[in-house]
Design a protein. Structure first.
Length: 287
């Protein structure tokens, strides 16, 4: 019955693994729903910012604001790579790293000097492994990114852009389209491209004046773009982890069915063999 005991041990091991993956799936589902709520909540504010800026923008005002400066030639750029601090989410982090490598490779092939900024342990660990220097790194942003986190990431880059030290800033993140679609995406957040004015014209009361308002709104617009990238990446991670853990749970259930059938067949064969031995022994005694 050595094979039977071995199969029972494997069945117990797979059952324990299934309990873990099922629990992780439930936790990821709960956190994904909360993250989705933050994604949805961030969109109206971003749209309102874009509407106001589009209404205030004019070529004359644009010349006064460094964040609207459109450099003729990009010589130096910053790339912010957002990944998760944890794994067990399928190819989620790998896809983000692949996207980051693609944008960095494209920029460097054009002669652009690239400063890489890592947010998340998985991305930072990969670029350390390949020997790529990072201009900055953050691993302390948890499951609930805040606007303050976004400001800490991008404020210095805005100053560098305004001073002419860098010519562009890109963010690599997971765009949250749905629970099943979170493609890696690259967005240029600097220089700010004026949002296109919508068909609805609103009558704003401007105080003190358009120039002062734009001076406050443009940094808020950039910070909000980074904040949205953070919350969408978080939601995308938990969506990917939920899918990965569900697949692992389903695979464990299928494996358990196979192991149990194999165990029952082995047990049945062992019982049949014992019965045959008993019958044979009895026949020998009678003969």
């Amino acid at each position: 019955m050595a094979k039977g005991r071995e199969l029972k041990g494997r069945i117990k091991s797979v059952e324990n693994t299934r309990k873990i993956t099922r629990t992780m799936e439930m936790v990821a589902t709960s956190k994904m729903k909360r993250s989705m709520d933050r994604v949805v909540a961030a969109r109206p504010f971003a749209q309102a910012l874009a509407d106001v800026i589009s209404q205030l923008y004019s070529p004359e005002l644009a010349e006064r604001f460094p964040l609207l400066r459109q450099p003729g030639t990009v010589k130096r750029a910053a790339v912010i790579v957002l990944t998760a601090n944890r794994g067990l989410a399928g190819a989620f982090n790998a896809n983000l790293i692949k996207e980051a490598r693609a944008i960095v490779g494209r920029l460097e092939s054009e002669g652009v000097q690239v400063d890489l900024h890592g947010v998340g342990r998985k991305g930072i660990g990969y670029f350390r492994y390949v020997g790529r220097a990072l201009a900055s790194q953050r691993t302390d942003i948890g499951d609930r990114p805040s606007s303050q986190d976004a400001a800490q990431i991008v404020d210095q880059l805005m100053n560098d852009f305004a001073n002419g030290t860098i010519d562009a800033v890109y963010v690599v993140y997971a765009q949250f389209k749905s629970a099943l679609s979170t493609p890696p995406t690259t967005q240029r957040v600097l220089p700010v491209e004026p949002p296109k004015a919508g068909t609805t014209q609103r009558d704003y009361l401007l105080y003190p004046d358009p120039q002062s308002i734009l001076g406050e709104l443009l940094p808020a617009y950039v910070r909000n773009a980074v904040y949205r990238a953070l919350v969408e990446t978080t939601a995308g991670f938990y969506s990917a982890q939920r899918t990965a853990m569900k697949n692992a749970t389903d695979n464990a259930s299928e494996m358990l069915n196979i192991l149990r059938r194999t165990y029952n067949r082995a047990r049945q064969a062992n019982i049949t063999q014992e019965i045959a031995e008993i019958v044979g022994g009895a026949a020998a005694l009678q003969g």
